[in-house]
Write a protein that binds this ligand. Structure first.
Ligand code: FMN
Length: 326
């Protein structure tokens, strides 16, 4: 057993969190992770309305009596989901943990904190983590350059970002981005984190409610198979290489600084259901981390979490302790 401030804060068995993932973080995913002793997270905005989120939370609670969380991603200015409505569904659904991401959750902190909700803000820089601490977030999820999804624009990998977060933060933080095995959990703990957040790795599990093609694409991919798209739009995303991504990169090259989101709309908008549910792997760009290179199988969530923990314990108890000579 590995106990940390995060297992204590969230009342979970193992310091392993499943990050919110669009069209992956349904009730089945969150329940499987929570039942295996981690913290499963439902992706709020994958649900079309606050009412749908309320139903998804109720479905998840039918599948687990362990703690679960909900991800609320605060999108760039032009999109304006009914965030107060989603928060109401979270509160009424009895969920006590929210993972926020994207823009700062500052505006919604009173609503969340008045309801006794613990907020873990996912961010890609020390300055954003410090801001999260200042506005009353309980914990941070520090997302390095390796991560699947949006790594921000600073390009700082976790080997630097985590020790920097440890230097500055008073609230506990978990390491996100590139995490998938016990070696990495131990390394993250050594660098000051209180646990790990895994996204991509949890997609390649038996219970992940996505098409088998998606899971197999991860098993077949190496660490060299991701690309960064949308950098010229300052909305950088790490995705798995495919035909749609090649088209995006060609347009980025030919249009240069003039590129607009409309130029790549077909490749990025509304593509997740086609990929995740129908298994049409070239339908568009989808988030995927470099950890794909470390994914070689499709275990259950329990097998995965138990393996990460036993690998970590073995490293701590045997390999590392034997290095000490005196
Ligand atoms: C397919 C996919 C979809 C994601 N969707 C979201 C999302 O909607 N909101 C969010 O905050 N993070 C999202 N993420 C990021 C994850 O929560 C997590 O931070 C990231 O996957 C960690 O990096 P890793 O993939 O290397 O583990 C997504 C990641 C993936 C792989």
């Amino acid at each position: 057993m590995i106990k940390t401030k995060i297992t204590e804060m969230f009342d979970i068995e193992h310091p392993i969190v499943q990050g919110g993932m669009h069209y992956v973080g349904f009730a089945e995913m969150a329940a499987a992770v929570s039942n295996a002793g981690g913290l499963g997270i439902i992706t709020g905005l994958t649900q079309a309305s606050p009412k749908d989120l309320a139903n998804e939370i109720a479905r998840c609670k039918d599948m687990t009596d362990k703690p679960i969380g909900v991800n609320l991603t605060f999108l760039p200015g032009f999109a304006n989901p009914d965030y107060p409505g989603y928060i109401e569904s979270i509160v009424k659904g009895g969920v006590k943990i929210v993972e926020t991401a994207g823009r700062s959750p500052e505006k919604f902190m009173p609503l969340l904190k008045d309801a006794g909700i613990k907020v873990i803000h996912k961010c890609t820089s020390v300055r954003h983590a410090l801001k999260a601490e200042k506005i009353g977030c309980d914990a941070a999820s520090v997302d390095g350059f390796e991560c699947g999804g949006h790594p921000g624009e600073d390009d700082i990998p976790n080997m630097i970002l985590l020790p920097r977060a440890f230097e500055e933060l008073k609230i506990p933080f978990i390491a996100s981005g590139g995490m998938g095995n016990g070696q990495q959990l131990v390394a993250a703990l050594a660098m000051g984190a209180e646990g790990v957040n895994m996204g991509t790795r949890f997609i390649a599990t038996k219970e992940a409610p996505v098409h088998q093609n998606v899971k197999e694409a991860l098993v077949n991919a190496s660490e060299l198979d991701t690309e960064l798209i949308m950098r010229p739009l300052r909305n950088t995303e790490r995705v798995l290489k495919n035909d749609a991504v090649t088209r995006i990169l060609e347009k980025e090259k030919s249009l240069g600084a003039d590129i607009q989101i409309q130029d790549i709309f077909g490749e990025v908008a509304g593509v997740y259901p086609k990929i995740m549910q129908e298994g049409t792997m070239d339908a568009g760009a989808w988030s995927c981390g470099m950890v794909a290179g470390l994914i070689h199988d499709i275990p259950t969530c329990k097998e995965l979490i138990d393996r990460v923990i036993s690998e970590a314990e073995e490293i701590i108890n045997n390999r590392l302790s034997k290095l000490k000579t005196a």
